[in-house]
Design a protein around this ligand. Structure first.
Ligand SMILES: *Cc1c(COP(=O)(O)O)cnc(C)c1O
Length: 290
């Protein structure tokens, strides 16, 4: 399956990979990706649309995820959807989008819509805005979450103009992913600043990756750099149970040690929740409960 997940990185990401070993490991194919492990390609059953609506996934009552694209500015080697990209259900037509909106309207408890993929920001501004507006216009929706790694992988995409357009609805939050302090380049900090200046809360979902950020020092450096960029560390995830990323897995005991060590050295606003996404779980599960 990893054979079908080629190396791919936009020029900015390639350039950063040449300067940072921690980032390079997220970009460059590793033969260990092909080793057999106990995991399958689609742990969360995302391939079947349980919601019965093309491109829309629901695992939690008050929030839904909409697949807006099936590509990214780079193929992260630890990608949770590496087995699905290219084959994923993606909302493309106006009719498919209308079906998703109608689906949400029929469920008034849904108040948080995640625009995910793939990376939604591979789409041109007007198409991103088409998705944002479709959901932000619903009175029941309080939050439209743009799930994008662009601030890290292609920060030039997050222009002031785009940030202004996104900020207009007053409902957009950006969830991004930085995994190492090396990734907080001046360009990345500028991208995050553009969003924050337009009133868009920016949060970070870090993935704990062996050889990238599995030391106390690396994590604290990252969390401090995020705070300087006014990005809130939100989650630190254990690797998802997908095939082909075993060499990145940080053992749960080690993750607990890291979480405890970080908690003693940085204030709550700089400390993410250390969690795992457990198939069938009612929420992202705190690692203390695993
Ligand atoms: C992770 C996830 C969410 C968001 O969960 P939060 O804990 O609110 O960040 C929503 N929908 C799906 C399908 C998810 O996998």
């Amino acid at each position: 399956m990893s054979r079908d997940f080629p190396e791919h990185a936009c020029p900015y990401a390639r350039n950063l990979a040449a300067r940072s070993e921690a980032f390079r490991r997220q970009v460059v194919f590793d033969p260990r990706e092909l080793e057999d492990d106990e995991f399958g390609p689609d742990p969360f059953g995302e391939d079947e649309s349980a919601a019965g609506c093309w491109g829309l996934k629901q695992r939690f009552p008050d929030r839904v995820l909409v697949m807006t694209s099936d590509s990214c500015f780079m193929n992260c080697r630890h990608c949770t959807r590496k087995g699905l990209l290219g084959a994923a259900q993606v909302v493309r037509t106006d009719e498919q989008l209308r079906d998703c909106v109608d689906w949400v309207k029929g469920r008034p408890q849904v108040r948080d819509v995640l625009l995910s993929g793939g990376d939604p920001l591979v789409l041109p501004d007007d198409e991103v805005l088409r998705f944002v507006r479709a959901f932000a216009d619903l009175a029941q929706v309080d939050v439209v979450r743009l799930c994008t790694r662009a601030p890290c992988t292609n920060p030039g995409r997050v222009t002031r103009e785009l940030a202004q357009l996104l900020g207009r609805s007053g409902k957009v939050w950006v969830n991004t992913q930085f995994n190492h302090a090396d990734e907080l380049t001046p360009e990345a900090v500028e991208a995050c600043g553009n969003l924050v200046r337009c009133g868009i809360p920016v949060s970070c979902q870090t993935v704990l990756l062996a050889g990238v950020n599995d030391t106390e020092e690396a994590l604290l450096d990252l969390f401090r750099a995020l705070q300087r960029a006014r990005v809130r560390p939100y989650y630190a995830f254990l690797c998802d149970p997908v095939a082909g990323i075993s060499h990145f897995r940080v053992p749960i005991e080690r993750a607990r040690e890291l979480a405890a060590a970080c908690a003693e050295k940085i204030g709550g606003l700089g400390l993410p929740r250390f969690v795992a996404d457990v198939p069938g779980g009612k929420r992202k599960t705190p690692i203390e409960l695993l």
